[in-house]
Design a protein around this ligand. Structure first.
Ligand code: AMP
Length: 513
């Protein structure tokens, strides 16, 4: 007989409470209705049965660009259960972005919002010959209709090998084109278990879930902790300060990007009483400022636990649960994961020195979808993945992230890759060249600023340029400001010196005093 079943879905079900009637998801957006663990299992089974009947085969991609809903989570669980690869797409992606991803991944099925059906159907048909179904935030659409017609037949969980593909998450690279990180059942399961145990999740927990689920943070980190411990989730469609404050008193765990915390702190209502049942607040996806960390502790008595991860690896490091949680650090490598800091030639540096951060472990992905060469380039000998983050490990072993080698901008917790925007700006007929940099922003942490060199004799204003970008890019990627300059500063190798630009334009996105 082949090796043991490594299906993440089977692992989840084995951790569901013995009493399957216990509540798995509270749905305040649906008038306070709730789903039990039995509902989840049955819903995933029916949806997997439907996908199977549709003709999907093991390993087929299911591309999903929908508003957050409990049904969207069911589609994910159905994919895990049926051995299909779940491929979430950011809801902010516009036509051009979806077109590229669908062309690259060639899914067998695309699920989209009803409002975009005709546009996505054209793309799905042209790029992949894929079927299209719709799902809205209320769980309605042609997917719901088809499921109703399919009836109650369930697909039993399909056994999976550890390396079987569970999900593909696209993440942009320095090339500007997104790359599909291939995540296996082993990657996701090992990381989920490590987080569950490190953060002491149990069936008594109530996780307030306000993160999007097209990203690893909300989909994997948050949902896996809950589903691998039989905990309950309070499921919010999005982060809304008032809604979060209203639900917080019933929750025991909350996970956020730093922007969530700065927003919670801005205004009244966040106090010790509001967090009376909480045991854990975590933060990640972007740096948590020490002032936010301190202010939160002062206001609530809770010390936010900061952790670090990325799409390709899941979570790599976390501040400790019991010992000191240190501001400005991401703690220690998680169990089963190793981290090291190296020079540009992959030589390990002495503790305390700053260099490239590399990680290794069962959590680390196997490569990018259909990009074997690019994938191989990202790994050093011995299976070490070069994260592209620059870090230092202090004398006590805490990891400090000090920068990003690849000029990534993180705005409101979302990654923005300058190259992708620069290419669009450079395509404009009036433009000679451009550079996009990240500068401090009070609300988003960082915001993009475009520096643009016009062709001789051409004219273009800031408003027009930004409006054109808005038509083609998700809002969070669009720079907050654009400035027109005579030339870009370059070094002798011809590379644009973005560090000089960052210094010069540092103050352009701070609020007026
Ligand atoms: P993503 O693939 O969208 O999850 O983005 C991964 C990147 O986010 C990492 O490579 C880091 O640069 C950054 N990141 C994640 N967590 C943190 C953190 N706690 N502090 C600073 N940067 C972080």
């Amino acid at each position: 007989m082949a090796g043991e079943d490594a299906s993440l879905y089977a692992l989840m079900e084995s951790n569901f409470p013995v009493d399957r009637n216990r509540i798995a998801m509270e749905l305040p957006d649906r008038g306070g209705s709730a789903w039990s663990f039995d509902d989840l299992s049955e819903g995933a089974g029916r949806c997997a049965g439907f996908l199977d009947a549709l003709g999907l085969k093991k390993g087929d991609r299911v591309a999903v660009q929908v508003e957050k809903s409990p049904e969207a989570l069911l589609v994910y669980l159905a994919c895990l259960r049926g051995g299909f690869a779940f491929m979430p797409m950011n809801t902010a992606y516009r036509t051009e972005e979806v077109d590229y991803l669908v062309g690259n991944a060639e899914p067998a099925l695309v699920i989209c919002d009803p409002s975009r059906e005709s546009e996505i159907a054209e793309i799905a048909n042209r790029q992949a010959g894929a079927k299209v179904l719709t799902l809205d935030a209320e769980g309605k659409g042609s997917l719901a209709d088809a499921l109703a017609a399919h009836g109650n037949e369930q697909l039993p969980p399909v056994p999976c090998a550890p390396e079987d593909l569970a999900a593909i998450l696209y993440t942009s690279g320095t090339t500007g084109k997104p790359k599909g990180a291939m995540l296996s059942h082993r990657n996701l399961a090992s990381n989920g278990l490590a987080l569950r145990d490190t953060w002491r999740f149990s069936a008594d927990d109530v996780l307030l879930h306000a993160l999007p689920i097209f990203h690893a943070h909300g989909l994997f980190v948050a949902c896996h902790c809950a589903l691998l411990s039989g905990a309950r989730m309070i499921w919010l469609g999005k982060f809304d300060r008032d809604r979060v404050l209203a639900e917080l008193p019933r929750a025991t765990v909350f996970m956020g990007v730093p922007t969530f915390y700065t927003r919670l702190l801005a205004g009244s209502g966040l106090d010790a009483e509001a967090v009376r049942n909480m045991r854990l607040f975590t933060s990640g996806s972007a740096p948590l400022l020490t002032e936010t960390f301190d202010a939160f502790r002062e206001r609530t008595g809770h010390t936010i636990l900061e952790r670090y991860g990325m799409t390709e690896t899941g979570m790599n490091a976390s501040n400790p649960y019991d010992e000191e949680r240190r501001a400005g650090t991401v703690g220690f490598a998680l169990p089963g994961t190793e981290v090291r800091v190296t020079d540009d030639n992959d030589n390990v540096l002495p503790q305390g020195e700053t260099g490239g951060l590399q990680v290794r472990g069962a959590n680390v992905f196997s490569g990018y979808w259909r990009m074997p060469e690019k994938s191989a380039e990202e790994f050093a000998e011995g299976g070490w993945f070069r994260t592209g983050d620059v870090a230092r490990i202090d004398e006590d072993g805490y990891v400090h992230l000090v920068g990003r080698a690849k000029d990534l901008i993180i705005s409101g917790g979302f990654n923005v890759y300058p190259k992708e925007i620069e290419e669009i700006v450079d395509d404009m007929p009036e433009v000679d060249e451009s550079a996009v940099i990240g500068v401090p922003h009070a609300d988003f942490g960082e915001a993009g600023v475009a520096l643009v060199v016009l062709r001789a004799g051409e004219a273009l204003d800031e408003e027009t340029l930004l409006a054109r970008l808005k038509e083609r890019l998700a809002n969070y990627k669009v720079p907050k400001r654009a400035f027109f300059v005579e030339e870009l500063p370059r070094n002798t190798m011809g590379k644009v010196q973005k560090n000089l630009l960052r210094d010069e334009y540092r103050e352009t996105c701070r609020p007026a005093a």
